[in-house]
Design a protein around this ligand. Sequence first.
Ligand SMILES: [Mn+2]
Length: 461
Amino acid sequence: MVPPSAHLVARREAARRAFDLSRGAVLVPAGLPVVVAGTDEPYEFRVHPEHRWLTGLAEPGALLAFDPGEGFVLFFPERTEEERVWSGPGPDPERLREESGLDRIRPRAGLTEWLGARHGEPLAILGNPDFLSRFAEYDVPGWPRLWPALEPDLSTRLSKVLDVLRRRKDGVEIALLRRAAEISAAGHAAAAEVVRPGMTERELMTEVCAVFRRLGSRRDAYAPIVAGGENASVLHFAPTDRPFADGDLVLVDAGAEYGGLMGDVTRTLPAGGRFEPFQRDVYEIVLAVEEAAIARARPGVEYRDLHLSACTALAAGLVELGLLRGNPESLVERDAHALFFPHGLGHMLGLATHDAGGYLEGRPRSDRFGLKWLRTDLPLEAGHVVTIEPGIYFIRPLLTNRVWRERFREEVAWDRVDRLLGFGGIRIEDDVHVTAAGPEVLTHAAPKRAADLEAARRPSE
Ligand SMILES: [Mn+2]
């Protein structure tokens, strides 16, 4: 039988080889709880993804340590009597050993000695950098004397090594991502059934997140976006008590976390159960662009090319709608499409919603208006999991900006655009596992064809 921690042993072995250290030491702190200022209440603890990827654990205050001679050691916090009175016994070393597959599990009180024995060696700190300011809370009060010279270049190099390793998801991650995606899709399917005029953004968010919790997700992957009407033109809109009007489109971007892995799904729904003709025209353009990009998400394809093809297809759609004028390729070269689609086509998905490793080494981010918010620029490989999320929005701060209006005087039908400033926006987003056999859409169970969304709407009692 394969032990449940075999994949973690394999990850650490891959990291050990890729670190390629003949001397020196590495610390990977999990992170400490952060207290809300002015209260004695901590924010919900989120373990650093590098610590979780290497250990499978999410124990506040733990540190993974490594040196090429001894290998990996986990230092865990032992609780004081007072902590045991208020918060229970704390982590059990036997459970940590089983879950992580690590042989060396030691109380954190031994960390000072471990560091002292390696004094003078190059040291890298990965994981949560809170160690550098909160070393005393990690039981290393003598840190400033113990380690006067840190090697930031080594830390940067090793952190990039982990970014590269984390790109290709292993079997356990794929299984958890599938489940996170299924749960996320179920929440969106429920939203399509219950959305209606008079319901507020926060009420709809509650319906979606209740499905996530019931299906075993412990928390949301990110702060949910639920936006009715013009609010949907704000890319990261936080839901309010505003009720939906009958003709509103409602953009829902919400995902469940499962086993530390993230789901990330967006659907845009007609609040009244039917798309109006112009809404439907825009919707069909975005959907066709999304499906075409998904179909092309295969090993060897440059994500940036997927993004640029999507931009060209969106520009062609906007020309058809009479909102842009000209040849779609030249419109994209001039970034005119970015007035309506300013963000990137998507991102890597994993232990973080915007996961590590999105840019290939040596590729800088562009400062072009149409590319600067692209989060992914690398050739896709089997085992990558990415989102595909095109959209068309009517974003007031962009579309009323005099500089843009002057620069794109000829390309944009401004009189028509001005009448659409209250439209909001449409985004459609799925999570895609890239495989040699073709794209696996992990979130396929969330309906997205216009007719399916209209049919999903439960009749009002
Ligand atoms: Mn996303």
